[in-house]
Design a protein around this ligand. Structure first.
Ligand code: AMP
Length: 429
């Protein structure tokens, strides 16, 4: 089956060919015709399946036939849980719509709000936004939803994990009830079903992989090791295997920074990406990692959403996540779009519960492999410190407007940044 048979217009087929896509992925095959038919959709698809193009391509096609956005108006709204994902999605929108006259921008916290207000002034076809900043902008009168036709909730499961449910419901109350709604989620939990019930109208359910499944193209390995020797083992693995591009996950921000220091001391170039780093520092780190200047990027779970690295060969879990679904998201950064990937988890005895939970979600047991020289000493006594944990400690993912959502801690409030479509030609009919 080719893209040509899905009902996409010539401009989009041209963009798709320019991206080098030869045939649609399973989610694209199923979602594109349904979205084009203007039905609501709930799609269970994790990152790496091509879901972004699955909703973006038909969405821009539907928008291209309609009226221009009026002042402050937004015709399609894509809500994402994190800044990185918002930036990634708007880039896809701009790539796919480059031969069309579609105005798009992303808005999220952590950067100045004024440029975002200015961008919204002339109206947008597509706005990609994180919930807190979107509500801030609405409260300041910068956005008008009267022209809204399409709402997309991307990584809806993650938004629920991050406590955005009230924000999402509030945003829903501001939108016209006559609209098309698309919801994408990596998992299909009871909570997601409930959210979908309240927001979608007789949706088509699309499920391309079993809920919570991991990508077949990722080889998953568990290396048992003493907790205190994890960093040493990571350095050993990178050096002995000559890994040149490794995304490492830690549960805590301090853990991420410590790991970076140890890697650098061992002569391995590395940077971290987490909630305490500025947006600028996060962007620089990601760019350095993408272009090969950095061998290792160390990330916490929340910051990792939207980290998109073409053909990333290797992901390492320095700690296992508390939320088992995060494991699926983490390893989904490699083995994307049909390429093969390696996901290595360094497992210490204190993480037995997390490993069991992950194995339940995956639906199988991992084989443990021992690295000579790093075989763990039996019954190591360890204490678990969650004081700096991003999920459970002082992290607030993207600031909510003042007085609306209770802060979980000392998360930063911030300004804004966004991007605009490069195209200025006439609107395609
Ligand atoms: P996503 O799941 O949307 O994050 O996309 C994962 C990766 O797959 C991105 O790097 C896309 O550029 C790429 N991709 C999306 N659709 C296709 C396709 N049909 N063929 C090849 N690569 C694709």
């Amino acid at each position: 089956m080719s893209f040509g048979s899905l009902g996409l217009c010539a401009q989009l087929l041209k963009s798709v060919a320019e991206q080098g896509y030869v045939r649609p992925s399973p989610i694209q095959l199923e979602a594109i015709p349904v979205v084009l038919s203007q039905r609501d959709v709930v799609a269970v698809a994790h990152t790496g399946t091509g879901k972004t193009a699955g909703f973006t391509l038909p969405m821009v096609q539907l928008l291209s036939g309609g009226p221009c956005p009026q002042t402050h108006s937004v015709r399609a709204l894509v809500i994402t849980p994190t800044r990185e994902l918002a930036a990634q999605v708007v880039l896809s929108v701009q790539n796919y719509s480059q031969h069309m006259n579609i105005r798009s921008a992303a808005v999220f916290g952590g950067v100045r709000i004024e440029p975002q207000i200015a961008q919204l002034e002339s109206g947008l076809d597509v706005l990609v936004a994180t919930p807190g900043r979107l509500i801030d902008l609405y409260n300041q009168g910068a956005i008008n939803f009267e022209q809204l036709e399409i709402l997309v909730l991307d990584e809806a499961d993650r938004m629920l994990d991050l406590g955005f449910v009230d924000d999402i419901r509030h945003i829903q109350s501001l939108l016209p009830s006559k609209r098309q709604t698309l919801m994408f989620s990596a998992t299909f939990s009871k909570e997601i079903k409930l959210l979908a019930k309240g927001m979608l109208n007789n949706p088509v359910l699309i499920e391309v992989t079993a809920a919570n499944s991991t990508v077949d193209t990722v080889k998953q390995l568990i290396y048992p090791v003493d907790k205190a020797r994890k960093s040493e083992l990571l350095i050993h693995l990178i050096k002995s295997n000559h890994w040149h591009q490794v995304l490492v996950f830690t549960r805590t921000k301090v853990g991420a920074d410590n790991m970076v220091t140890q890697l650098q001391n061992a002569g391995i170039s590395a940077a971290s990406i987490h909630a305490n780093r500025t947006q600028h520092a996060r962007t620089l780190a990601l760019e350095g990692f993408r272009n090969g200047e950095l061998t290792v990027l160390v990330a916490t779970d929340i910051a990792s959403r939207g980290i998109e690295v073409h053909q990333l060969p290797c992901v390492v879990n320095l700690d296992l996540p508390y939320v088992p679904e995060d494991y699926v998201h983490r390893i989904g950064r490699t083995g994307r779009a049909g390429t093969s990937g390696l996901a290595v988890s360094l497992f210490s005895e204190d993480e037995a519960k997390q490993l069991a939970a992950i194995e339940r979600v995956i639906g199988g047991k991992f084989k443990r492999e021992f690295i000579p020289g790093f075989v763990p000493t039996p019954k190591e006594k360890v204490t678990v410190d969650v004081s700096d944990d991003e999920e459970y400690g002082n992290f607030e993912p993207d600031p909510a407007p003042q007085g609306r959502r209770k802060s979980k801690g000392r998360g930063k409030r911030g300004g804004s940044s966004s991007s605009r479509s490069r195209n200025k030609g006439s609107r395609n009919k």
